[in-house]
Design a protein around this ligand. Structure first.
Ligand SMILES: [Zn+2]
Length: 398
């Protein structure tokens, strides 16, 4: 039964491959940096309405959602619509917004991260809608906003606003068609030291805030080698990424200095433990340690403030989600998928890291092209991903 469905889905996904490629090209041609995803939302919304998705809506923050089915298992597909900038244009051989297709590859900013993902999820929804086979699941396909700025924020906004309680979340972030089951988390932290300003011609009258932060920076550098590790996810890391200070003039002693820190975390790291380890270093100089906060308003004007702590997560290899995803892959393509992890961070920090909703990833394109010049995805990955997204809910819910 499910074998026949898999065959039908493969046939349909192959025949919809040009549709999927075209949809991807259309959304690449619309630049969509974080907080400016409106035009992509419009295209996806119209598309889902055109092929007759059972329900299509936009939530308060601006995510776009299409639904199929009304069964007992709730599955949420998540791919984000925003992209990072293009960086140095001279590094690109291909115009980042032309969505050029050459030798079976589509190029453009966001091709890998994460526009191919959302195009394939929408194509999967189209296939489901057209085949209209009954299944005991409710599937939400979600185009997410602001993921590059603050992963997890817009997903949490949707889940809380609509009171969704998914049994499973599937992330469409690029996995090169592997089943991914986790990644390290991350946090952004700040340390501020305060001094006392005075004329720089007589520095002994004041207290230099930069000198006060120097031992903190050295301490952080020493910390790096001894950070906790995880067998699957690897070791945590720490880096000072920026320094700035406030000073009345270049002939004055600065009275405030701030450093910014990127800390990659493993599951044993908590917000308390990572703040505590830096407080231990900063205490001697009176430095104040805090996790940075995010509060940029979405394109719809909604602003949800959040701390920039994104926990690590991993789901076991023998979990129902990983097993059913592997079966789905095998039914469609006849061989076993790779099971892997991401180097970067995703919305999974919220779904699995904070809410313990079983989460996996499966997506087109390769992680090495994410945020890089000549960002790209193979067209062959598009129909395969759309087929996976169409079949997985049946395999998962039975
Ligand atoms: Zn991404």
């Amino acid at each position: 039964m499910v074998e026949n469905l898999a065959k039908d889905i493969v046939t349909k996904a192959r025949s919809e491959c040009e549709y999927t490629a075209d949809l991807l090209q259309r959304i690449i041609r619309v630049p969509s940096p974080s907080c400016q995803e409106e035009q992509v939302v419009k295209i996806l919304r119209e598309e889902m309405e055109r092929f007759g998705a059972e329900e299509v809506f936009t939530d308060s923050i601006g995510n776009v959602v299409g639904r199929f089915g009304k069964g007992s298992k709730t599955i949420l597909y998540d791919s984000h619509m925003d992209t990072v900038g293009v960086g140095d244009r001279a590094c690109w051989k291909i115009d980042p917004f032309s969505a050029e297709r050459r030798d079976g590859v589509i190029y453009g900013r966001g091709a890998s991260d994460n526009k191919a993902g959302i195009a394939c999820m929408v194509a999967g929804l189209k296939i489901l809608t057209a085949l209209a086979r009954p299944g005991d699941f409710t599937l939400y396909v979600v185009g997410i906003v602001q993921e590059e700025d603050c992963e997890g924020l817009a997903l949490s906004s949707l889940v809380e606003e609509k009171r969704l309680s998914p049994d499973c979340v599937v992330l469409g972030e690029c996995t090169n068609l592997a089943i991914n089951r986790g990644h390290r988390g991350r946090a952004e932290l700040e340390v501020v030291t305060r001094g006392r300003s005075c004329h720089a011609s007589a520095p002994e009258r004041g207290e230099n805030a930069i000198y006060k932060i120097t031992p903190v920076i050295e301490g952080i550098e020493r910390l790096a080698g001894g950070l906790p590790s995880d067998r699957f996810l690897g070791q945590g890391s720490i880096a000072v990424t920026k320094i700035d200070c406030e000073t009345p003039s270049l002939n004055a002693v600065p009275d405030r200095c701030r450093i910014y820190i990127d800390r990659r975390v493993v599951p044993s790291d908590t917000r308390e433990s990572i703040v505590g380890e830096i407080e231990g270093i900063a205490r001697a100089t009176g430095g104040q340690v805090a996790i940075s906060r995010y509060s940029r308003p979405s394109y719809k004007g909604l602003s949800r403030e959040r701390e920039k702590f994104f926990p690590a997560w991993a789901i076991p290899e023998d979990s129902r989600e990983v097993v059913r995803a592997s079966q789905t892959y095998q039914l469609l393509f006849g061989d076993k998928p790779a099971v892997s992890k991401w180097v970067f961070s995703t919305d999974g920090n919220y779904s699995m890291g904070m809410k313990q909703i079983p989460t996996i990833g499966f997506g087109p394109a390769e992680e090495r092209h994410a945020h890089a010049a000549d960002d790209q995805v193979k067209v062959d990955h598009l129909w395969r991903s759309a087929a996976f997204y169409a079949l997985f809910p049946y395999v998962y819910s039975t």
